[in-house]
Design a protein around this ligand. Sequence first.
Ligand SMILES: Cc1cc2nc3c(=O)[nH]c(=O)nc-3n(C[C@H](O)[C@H](O)[C@H](O)COP(=O)(O)O)c2cc1C
Length: 200
Amino acid sequence: MAKYQVLAVVGGIAKESLNKKFYGAMKELAPKDFELATFDISTLPFFTQDMENDPPEIVQDFKELVKACDAVVFITPEYNRSFPGVLKNALDWPSRPYGQNLWKGKAAAVTGASTGSIGTFGAQHHLRQCLAYLDVDVMGQPELYFNASKAFDENGQIKNDAKKLVTQYWEAFEKHLEHLHIAENKKGNPKVPFQEHRAH
Ligand SMILES: Cc1cc2nc3c(=O)[nH]c(=O)nc-3n(C[C@H](O)[C@H](O)[C@H](O)COP(=O)(O)O)c2cc1C
């Protein structure tokens, strides 16, 4: 088992999402101690308290993955100076029922891709606000506002400058995890398959 199983929660759900593409690059460049998997959050139904005590199977699968992972990376687009509703929905399910917040104590990092140089600033900072309430240990620095319009060459390969930013970001996150002694206190559940979940 990898030292760190990192769940990537990607807020872009469009087929050609820049944030999905960014996740692909992040996965390729992740440190060797990291195993990354994402979960397609577009498959989650809208949260309702009517179902929080007995959620549908797909929600249970997502909650199991949240429980099993050692850390989380949130990769968010910016929608109207905040993060998309589909990502808020994915935050809400594991936060309930009251008193059973599965995000509590998780180590996390926040980033996001757009077509501008500080695009996703608003999204990332709103997200940090929710994560603070949910008692998540979010890495403070470096912030990474990934400019996807400049980051890839004509063959879709990540360019060196962008690669360096992502690598530095991962190195900082690994230090953050070391600082929190995540590996020593590993609670991962080997029974939960840690693999990509995609609807299509
Ligand atoms: C509803 C909506 C609101 C948006 N609001 C912002 C915004 O506030 N700031 C910004 O930089 N880009 C904004 N955009 C542009 C998105 O950053 C861009 O569409 C991006 O590619 C979305 O991420 P994705 O490709 O991963 O889906 C918005 C796009 C949509 C569809």
